[in-house]
Design a protein around this ligand. Sequence first.
Ligand code: GLU
Length: 369
Amino acid sequence: MPRRELLKKARRIVVKIGSSLVTSNGSISRTKISRLVKDIASLIRDGRQVVVVSSGAISAGCGALGRERGNMSIPEKQAVAAVGQIVLINEYRACFQRLGLQVGQILLTEDDVKHRRRFLNARHTMNTLLEMGIVPVVNENDSVVVKEIKFGDNDTLSAHVANIIEADLLVLLSDVEGFYRDLSDPEPVDEVYRIDEDIWRRAGGSGSVHGTGGMVTKIRAADIVIKSGEKMVIASGKIKDVLGKIIRGDKVGTIFVGKGGGLASKKRWIAFNMPVKGTITVDDGAVKALRESKKSLLATGITAVNGKFDLGDAVEIHDAAGNPVGKGIVNYTFAELGLIKGRKTGEIRQILGGTYFDEVINRDELILL
Ligand code: GLU
């Protein structure tokens, strides 16, 4: 099937809208928002579910307060975002309401996707809004985030939102037409299947054709989406009926295509949201069991344990040469693993003196790298 045909089937879509598409001369623009909202509403009328991730809180706040964006301190930006987010959401509310749709606002920080319970809470809320026919409008919670818990950009945030709701398509709308290998290219690259070194370099590394920022965060989002098995499109929000065109399979922007089959939600969370707290080195037999026989990780194949982790933490599994093989949630602490590594499952109870899991990492909580 031609890959653009795949887009016709998308049922759950996250649409990320960049600041430049909702503002005009430094203030929020109802005309611009209303045009995009019409496009989104037609997707919904067509039986699809859409979550909007919109930037523009800081720009809207600057407009409302008559301030320049340039020389603000971080607390000032946070204060301006607190004012601007209301302006922004009110515009979405007014525009969707005219078309008979309600919006619900969700503001997230990176903490919300790192902690399993909060991740699940966000997921339940978004799923419920979608089931109720309400359009979730998401932004980063700019007024309270500090550097440590910040996504920092809405491209990355929208890829996480796509994972939270297991969307089958993420569309990044901004003022760029797509991903270009070289700026002299007349048209953006049509399709990308893998984010390799060359793409990273062209997107933002030294020698980038894209200059600063912008593209590297979009490629980071694409990397998450591809690894999750789904699809992403980068396109210009200035194109008339852009979402309709994308969904009909017209050639617009750049499409990034994952292998399909969508990674289960829990595995996405393990892959992209859990910090790695340690490493477990395994022998060749264990690597084979994980890769080829799709087995769980047992104590018997473990040769070394590094880092101080608790049960329930995520660890990386390495082969004897130190290459990453997988990542998963571990059922034992680092100290326990130190005692049971290399031992048969039947011996675990005797060594640790209690009833424990058979697997050190269960297959359902394990992803291969
Ligand atoms: N959350 C920011 C805002 O609403 C935008 C971040 C971004 O554009 O990536 O102003």
